[in-house]
Design a protein around this ligand. Structure first.
Ligand SMILES: *Cc1c(COP(=O)(O)O)cnc(C)c1O
Length: 297
């Protein structure tokens, strides 16, 4: 059986022509290569949650997401590997299951579909207790793995990052990965969080409140390259993603990492960086999400 092997994760330099020598180097941390299903940052956000659940004899992981959620499929697969059951609470109704949801079921996840209104109550105790009665010994992981073990686990990504990098670029959904890494990386390393949705400003507060003393500095969120909002894109972004793949031999996902690299390149060509700067971009994975999208690649 396939295992999660961190030796699959490589640091790959981008082609110098892609940034025309405007900085000293741009490398990509290929977390997308960690595992074919549990890709990118998702394993790091899950691993301490699963460890805790196992130590406390929980039998079933319950978590939340939309029909294309990288977090849902990662949880389904990780639960199965850990010998646990899993339940995915899915926002909205689907006439036809998405490829992501089908894959979740194949990993043994039970899907519970709820209306958007019910979904918004997911942090409500009564609602959760009602759900819990239907399943065996549940351990709840919030949407996107956004809890303390999630942030701590994401902080472990620092093992791949040495001090020579001046800037770390990461794409942001819940902000869990950015917060965890800000806590674990030296404050001198500048963090750029690329937000793929409109008005991602509320994330600033979430991130700031979860930073350790002395760590609430040298990070910023950039949401200018949201392409109309979460899950939205245009032909310019698709062309960019395909060109990036051709030039660097690295596939990006259309939801998160394409927008990050698009934005980063605009920053580079508007001379935001020093020629001596060294940038590490974190490839957080998400490639399974491209499968639900027609006309890509
Ligand atoms: C989930 C995800 C993110 C966002 O991670 P957060 O910790 O929620 O901010 C970024 N990129 C990809 C590809 C993802 O799947």
């Amino acid at each position: 059986m396939d295992t999660i092997d961190e030796r699959n994760v490589k640091i790959q330099p981008l082609h110098a022509g892609w940034y025309s020598g405007k900085v000293a180097a741009i490398d990509m941390l290929r977390l997308d290569q960690l595992h074919p299903v549990i890709s990118g940052n998702k394993w790091y956000k899950l691993r301490l949650n699963i460890l805790y659940a196992q130590e406390h004899n929980f039998k079933t992981l319950v978590t939340f997401g939309g029909g294309f959620s990288n977090h849902l499929i990662a949880t389904a697969c990780a639960a199965k590997k850990a010998g646990m059951g899993s339940v995915g609470v899915v926002r909205g109704k689907y006439d036809k299951l998405t490829p992501t949801l089908i894959a979740c079921q194949q990993e043994g996840m039970q899907l519970v579909f709820v209306t958007k209104e019910d979904y918004n109550q997911k942090d409500d105790k009564v609602w959760i207790n009602d759900l819990a009665r239907h399943f065996d010994e549940i351990y709840i992981i919030p949407e996107g793995g956004a809890n303390e073990p999630g942030r701590k686990g994401a902080g472990l990504i620092n093992r791949f990052i040495n001090n020579s990098y001046t800037h770390i670029a990461v794409s942001v959904g819940t902000g869990t990965t950015l917060a965890g890494l800000r806590n674990s990386l030296p404050a001198e390393q500048s963090m750029l969080g690329f937000v793929p949705m409109k008005q991602g400003g509320y994330l600033r507060e979430y991130i700031a409140t979860h930073l350790n003393p002395g760590k609430n500095e040298n990070w910023q969120l950039l949401d200018s390259w949201n392409f109309g909002g979460f899950g939205k894109w245009n032909t310019e972004l698709i062309t960019f993603m395909n060109d990036f793949h051709n030039t660097n031999n690295i596939p990006l996902d259309i939801i998160y990492t394409s927008k990050m690299m698009f934005g980063l390149r605009e920053l580079i060509y508007s001379d935001t960086f020093q020629p001596t700067d060294k940038i590490l971009c974190i490839h957080t994975g998400g490639l399974q999400g491209n499968e639900g999208v027609s006309g890509l690649g």
